[in-house]
Design a protein around this ligand. Structure first.
Ligand code: COA
Length: 137
């Protein structure tokens, strides 16, 4: 996935493997993490979606997702994110956050489609970062 994004990556396979091992260790320790998104018909894995602590805290986690560029705009992120949010609320969680750059229109649209709303923004060295939230019904 890293190599398919514009500009690619300078990370080596070893770096990426190590980072995945670290992420998996963290997921096992926390009981939450990113899950692969696999298409039912094609059977291929096209990205990931799940809960992370992110910029939040353990009691109120963030949803995160990323898909291969060649499958963007087919509704896949929305479907995956909706499933993660529903599963998260089914476990008794009451609130889920997401933090998105103001320039990331596709991600903001995904969140809008699944019922998140902007709560506040912060400005950092990379520009505006929007904190969005969705409460359990
Ligand atoms: C964000 C991301 C996961 C969206 O995945 P996706 O499968 O394309 O999302 P969906 O198809 O479910 O929905 C995308 C929506 O954004 C819209 N969209 C796409 N580009 C847009 C743009 N430039 N401006 C406004 N809306 C845009 C699409 O039309 C679609 O909305 P619609 O269903 O109303 O037509 C994908 O772009 C991605 O992997 N980006 C890089 C990683 C990333 O930014 N992750 C989130 C970090 S906060």
């Amino acid at each position: 996935m890293l190599s398919e994004y514009q500009g690619g990556t300078t990370a080596t396979l070893v770096d990426i493997r190590e980072s995945l091992v670290r992420q998996r260790g963290q997921a096992l320790a926390d009981g939450i993490g990113l899950l692969s998104i696999q298409r039912r018909v094609e059977g291929d894995r096209i990205g990931h979606c799940g809960l992370i602590v992110g910029r939040g805290h353990f009691e109120e986690q963030e949803i995160a997702y990323e898909l291969l560029p060649r499958v963007h705009s087919f509704g896949n992120a929305t479907e995956a994110a909706r499933a993660v949010v529903e599963a998260a609320f089914d476990t008794g969680r009451r609130r889920i956050w997401s933090t998105v750059r103001a320039c990331n229109k596709p991600s903001l649209r995904v969140l809008e489609k699944i019922g998140f709303h902007p709560d506040h923004s912060v400005i950092d060295e990379r520009g505006e970062l929007i904190y969005l939230v969705r409460n359990a019904l």
